[in-house]
Design a protein around this ligand. Structure first.
Ligand SMILES: NC(=O)c1ccc[n+]([C@@H]2O[C@H](COP(=O)([O-])OP(=O)(O)OC[C@H]3O[C@@H](n4cnc5c(N)ncnc54)[C@H](OP(=O)(O)O)[C@@H]3O)[C@@H](O)[C@H]2O)c1
Length: 163
């Protein structure tokens, strides 16, 4: 079975998105995210997909939409998370499955995932999309690295399930 990992960047007040995009620009986190998912299978919601409108390079991309007629070029689609996971497990290769949001997909995935790759942006920001409370599911700190740029301090955590 391929492992299932959640990857997200959220602020101290658990904001992840604003007006259909990220509330910040943090090049180091973007680079981290792209490197992590490379070679794996990305599962994302229709709105996340529409931010770029294209598949992730070097990853299989499965886009979730409840509309069975939604089938953009270059990606796979599924009408539910269980169906997306089944599709992902059946694909060739042994790279992990990366759950890349948004909000309700994260919520549905928290009880199922093996690890949480969480970048905490140390700021309270305004936005319209949140990451659910993860502490009931993930609390074991496997990795932790602090970093910063001219605008933000942030910490890259890798968390395992609560013991
Ligand atoms: N900071 C981060 O790490 C991060 C990560 C991800 C996203 N974001 C931000 O979050 C925002 C986008 O997230 P979002 O929550 O608004 O939208 P989203 O999850 O990307 O897309 C929502 C859509 O996905 C489909 N969907 C969701 N759950 C489904 C399910 N269980 N089964 C089938 N289809 C399902 C539905 O599409 P249909 O309406 O077509 O049925 C739903 O309207 C953006 O601002 C983005 O930048 C940030």
């Amino acid at each position: 079975m391929k492992p299932i990992y959640i990857i997200v960047a959220c602020s101290e007040n658990r904001i992840i998105g604003k007006d259909g995009g990220l509330p910040w620009s943090i090049p180091e986190d973007t680079h981290y995210f792209r490197n992590k998912v490379k070679g794996g299978i990305v599962i994302e919601g229709r709105r996340c997909f529409e931010e770029s409108g294209e598949a992730f390079p070097d990853s299989d991309t499965i886009v979730l939409s409840r509309d069975p007629l939604f089938c953009p070029r270059g990606v796979l689609t599924a009408v539910s998370l269980p169906l997306a996971l089944e599709l992902a497990q059946g694909l060739e290769g042994d790279g992990p499955i990366w759950i890349c949001g948004g909000e309700t997909i994260y919520e549905e995935s928290l009880p199922l995932a093996d690890k949480l790759y969480l970048t905490v942006v140390h700021a309270n920001v305004e936005g319209d999309t949140s990451f659910p409370k993860w502490q009931d599911y993930f609390s074991a700190e496997l990795e932790c690295r602090e970093s910063s740029d001219e605008n933000y301090k942030y910490t890259f955590f890798v968390l395992g399930p609560k013991g």
